[in-house]
Design a protein around this ligand. Sequence first.
Ligand SMILES: Cc1cc2nc3c(=O)[nH]c(=O)nc-3n(C[C@H](O)[C@H](O)[C@H](O)COP(=O)(O)O)c2cc1C
Length: 217
Amino acid sequence: MGAGAFRHNPRRRQGLAGREILQTVGNPDGALLPSALSLERAAPRRDASPVPKHSPRPLAAFSERELRDALGEFATGVTIIATRSPAGELAGFTASSFNSVSLDPPLVVWSLSRQASPLAAFEACASYGISVLTRAQRALALRFAEAMPDRFTGVPHRIGTQGAPLIEGCSAWFECRHHSVTPAGDHVLFVGEVVALGRSDTRPPTLTFHRGSFGST
Ligand SMILES: Cc1cc2nc3c(=O)[nH]c(=O)nc-3n(C[C@H](O)[C@H](O)[C@H](O)COP(=O)(O)O)c2cc1C
């Protein structure tokens, strides 16, 4: 198909406001092809489908329950993410959203519900600790997911070199500073730069979370 097959995009002349997008124009075969002529500012099309072409299912075709269940097929580890205020107050919660992002620079990611009580503490803090839990720490995972006034009472922990609370006996830990804090739907997405880390010498079995249940490696 030669360049002559492209039609000029008539919306170029409309002087529309809106997002700058790479428009596509039709060709005689009915396919959509990008046009170098059509990088422009255009208003959203009223007749455009909100569903991306690559989406295997329309957005409205699944319930929140189905989304949760499908996400639950992805087995994760379990962490406790915790921070300490300048006044010394500790805040922390159980998180399975932790994951790696980048080796250089060393970045990790996790997310916290906008409804969660520790949110303000994490948004304001200079550093936080991520402790990867072992099979033996299942009770701690439950404790840090339940509503209770002081989750740290009686829990063996220490304050790391960067000031972050770390759970004793975990299989690995990371002390992080904020790289970015970004609203993401009903959660807030935290990307942390790892400034210190440690790993257990004994390689204990790791606590896992899969289909709504705890397990282990
Ligand atoms: C295995 C497991 C993983 C969880 N992962 C997350 C998570 O990644 N993000 C989140 O916001 N809540 C997560 N939660 C729920 C929080 O731990 C829980 O809502 C916590 O109690 C929030 O703090 P709050 O109760 O003080 O508001 C998880 C809970 C469990 C049991």
